[in-house]
Design a protein around this ligand. Structure first.
Ligand SMILES: *Cc1c(COP(=O)(O)O)cnc(C)c1O
Length: 394
């Protein structure tokens, strides 16, 4: 039996960096050295300087490549560093077709930074293939997908978009932060570059900021490796180790959180104070079937709308268990307010157009007992009812 035949859960623990070949250590050693002695004036060793290559970072890069089914992984100092570096594959005059409800930081990068370097973009509803086709220009060199998207959990057909991209010789980028390779492997569906904010589910404990990229093509690997070294936004070794440790429990964490998320989505859907729940597991979700086709589950993030911002404020100030914070994908549940957090970089008009209203909350389900979460939500909803000025009946 080789590593290749192991299931995903087993691969998380038994991969190419299971044992340190020098000492037999069962945890990857943290190599702090920035530089490496060269024993021969004519031929340098594999490692020369840690921006270019470092054994601890390399271990993480190997492991994520194995898990995503790629040939090469790259670790960066944040998700945005991974995404920004991957965008540097483009040149002035190129055009990107990008999903309209993209992560706020990516929105900012594309609209306020790339534009200064002459890289154009068109935002589209990626779930609408006709709209995507209409956005294609002679200079379109990349398609940028986030699925499920943030915060509305819209699902994009990775295979269909990758196909379109191939027809015109463009690259397909997929931000796989929400599902991770435990639930979705975009390279299998034809994507060229998978991106991660490893700050989220991959590390999973709200204690590290990190980014990853994985590719499956040698030429692209060379180009991205060159950019990683040139731009230099590499992940530090302590942080690489934290991500490696978090990865070991990825499957159990995600599975447990997803189970609770399914229960909570159903609970919220039935609640009279909730207007709408966005979660691909629900049969009423517009891309419910597509999600089942390309992913092994709906993930552990959902969003829901209350009637208005006033009700939302009462709910948020009364709910006790979740931390109210930016970020997602952690052991503790995280309640976020996209309008003022992940999408604060997006002008209100753009946000409203995308359906990211002031009455929308995002919930990343952690490892608490789901009954406790439901009880907590119920008592916070009761407080809304208490506010007769705000509550005008279900
Ligand atoms: C958090 C996040 C990012 C950015 O990652 P950082 O690690 O915060 O730089 C990108 N995409 C998605 C979907 C995210 O949730």
């Amino acid at each position: 039996m080789t590593n290749d035949t192991f299931t995903f859960e087993t691969k998380l623990l038994h991969n190419s960096h299971k044992i340190d070949p020098v000492t037999g250590a069962v945890s990857v050693p943290i190599q702090h050295a920035s530089t490496y002695h060269q024993f021969n004036i004519d031929s340098f060793g594999k490692y020369d300087y840690s921006r270019s290559l470092n054994p601890t970072r390399e271990a993480l890069e190997d492991v994520i490549a194995e898990l995503e089914g790629g040939i090469k992984g790259f670790a960066f100092s944040s998700g945005m560093a991974a995404i920004s570096t991957a965008f540097l594959l483009l040149s002035a005059g190129d055009h990107v077709v990008i999903t309209e409800d993209v992560y706020g930081g990516t929105f900012r990068m594309v609209t306020e930074v790339l534009t200064r370097f002459g890289i154009e973009h068109t935002f589209v509803d990626m779930t609408n293939l006709e709209e995507v086709k209409l956005a294609i220009q002679d200079n379109t060199k990349a398609f940028y997908i986030e699925t499920p998207s943030n915060p509305l959990l819209k699902v994009t057909d990775i295979q269909a978009i990758s196909q379109l991209a191939k027809e015109i010789g463009a690259l397909t980028y997929v931000d796989n932060t929400f599902l991770t390779p435990a639930l979705q492997k975009p390279l299998q569906f034809g994507a060229d570059i998978v991106l991660h904010s490893a700050t989220k589910f991959l590390s999973g404990h709200s204690d590290v900021v990190a980014g990853l990229a994985v590719v499956k093509d040698e030429k692209l690997a060379k180009k991205l490796g060159f950019l990683q070294n040139s731009f230099g936004a590499v992940l530090g070794v302590q942080d690489a180790w934290l991500v490696l440790r978090g990865l070991k429990t990825l499957h159990v964490r995600l599975e447990q959180s997803q189970k609770s998320a399914i229960e909570l989505a159903e609970f919220l859907q039935d609640h009279p104070l909730v207007q709408k729940v966005h979660y691909p597991h629900l049969a009423c979700h517009p891309q419910h079937q597509l999600q089942q086709k390309q992913a092994a589950g709906p993930g552990a993030v959902l969003s829901f709308e209350l009637k208005d911002e006033e009700l939302l404020r009462t709910f948020v100030s009364n709910v006790k268990i979740p931390v109210f914070a930016v970020s997602l994908g952690a052991v503790e549940s995280i309640l976020s307010y996209p309008a003022k957090m992940s999408h604060a970089a997006m002008p209100e008009e753009e946000r409203e157009k995308r359906g990211i209203r002031n009455s929308l909350l995002r919930f990343s389900v952690g490892l608490e007992n789901v009954e406790d979460l439901k009880k907590d939500f119920s008592q916070a909803f009761e407080k809304i009812k208490g506010h007769s000025f705000a509550y005008k009946g279900a």
